[in-house]
Design a protein around this ligand. Structure first.
Ligand code: 4NP
Length: 156
């Protein structure tokens, strides 16, 4: 199985979601490929934002090795599940969907812990340090649940 995490810049939220799920997949010796991308491509080639990297390191999931890339339409072919952080990411990704099969792959990541609520992972880029800690905690919880679902065979 292949899972893609998507946000706007691919330097704050989606690399954090990517790093957390990657770590948990490795710890559980599961065969799942995890990656992340941004809809804007504005930061392509860059490492994650230094504030997200710092928070990630302090809280135990370093993401220094990840690099930003732009979401491309071929990602619908390469990935089984595409988790977006907010509704704006969702509409940007859905605009590129070619058919219903593509559309069905796209989910708001917080719907995995709060089904049907359409809650968003807030963009921490223009805010303070607490925003990065909040993002980490939300994504830690969401990726715990995604991992459990993978282990139970509820995500295939
Ligand atoms: P991200 O955060 O989508 O979580 O990576 C952002 C990063 C950069 C920008 C916006 C959001 N930006 O406007 O450059």
């Amino acid at each position: 199985m292949n899972i893609l995490m998507v946000c706007l810049g691919n330097i704050c939220r989606s690399p954090m979601a990517d790093g957390l799920l990657r770590k948990k997949i490795a710890e559980n010796q599961l065969e799942v490929f995890v990656d992340s991308a941004g809809t804007s491509g504005l930061h392509a080639g860059e490492a994650p934002d230094h504030r997200m990297r710092q928070t990630a390191k302090i809280l135990g999931t370093p993401i220094d090795q990840l690099r930003s890339r732009k979401f491309v339409v071929e990602d619908f072919d390469r990935f089984d599940l595409i988790y977006v952080m907010d509704k704006s990411n969702r509409s940007n990704v859905l605009q590129l969907a070619r058919n219903e099969k593509d559309q069905e792959k796209v989910h708001l990541i917080l719907n995995s812990i709060h089904p049907g609520k359409d809650l968003e992972v807030p963009d921490p880029y223009f805010g303070g340090e607490q925003g990065f800690i909040d993002v980490y905690q939300m994504l830690d919880d969401a990726t715990d649940l995604i991992l459990e679902k993978i282990k139970k065979g509820q995500i295939q």
